[in-house]
Design a protein around this ligand. Structure first.
Ligand SMILES: [Zn+2]
Length: 180
């Protein structure tokens, strides 16, 4: 058995609590916790936090059950089924009001609505970013092609000038010959 350091044990602690380590590692962490006071304290802290969480969760579950007379459960299902259509403005006025009401009364429903809106927002901003990037690339392409045709034109223009110069030169030579 090789000894684990405190740092390693603390890193493994949450897995240890959930019993998700291999049998060997479980044993090694257990051994360390038995001999190391500071890690044992961390272990108890973690256990306390987890117990508090579980308690809160079960309280919420119990209050949900107490409120649930079948009606609110059905309401919630209606809400979830229509949520996406509600955000997309695809519902008629009656249905819109129904969804709005449920989101005000039911805290879970409101949370779902917020999550969905946030998700849509992320999606939209990702889409906008891609659009912007495409636009940028597109404009860059246009600028590039413009620049290239300009260069080409300049090239053609310089050919014309040299052609003209050569003709002039020939003309001069020709004139000189005739003059002689
Ligand atoms: Zn330790």
């Amino acid at each position: 058995m090789h000894k684990l350091t405190c740092e390693q044990v603390l890193g493994l602690l949450s897995f240890y609590v959930e019993k998700k380590l291999s049998p060997n590692l479980m044993k090694e962490v257990e051994y360390h916790l038995n001999v190391c006071k500071s890690c044992k304290t961390e272990y108890f802290n973690l256990i306390n936090i987890l117990n508090n969480c579980n308690e809160k969760n079960s309280q919420i579950a119990i209050s949900d059950i107490n409120n649930d007379d079948g009606y609110s459960k059905l309401q919630y299902k209606v809400f979830m089924d229509n949520l996406s259509a509600y955000i997309d403005n695809e519902l008629d006025d009656d249905e819109n009001i129904k969804i709005k009401k449920i989101s005000i009364i039911n805290q879970n429903a409101r949370q779902e609505l917020e999550n969905m809106l946030y998700f849509r927002y992320l999606l939209q901003s990702a889409f906008d970013m891609t659009k912007l990037r495409l636009k940028k690339d597109y404009s860059a392409e246009i600028v590039n092609s413009l620049y290239n045709t300009k260069k080409k034109n300049k090239f053609l223009l310089s050919i014309n000038y040299s052609f003209l110069l050569i003709i002039l030169l020939y003309l001069l030579i020709f004139l000189k010959i005739i003059h002689n």
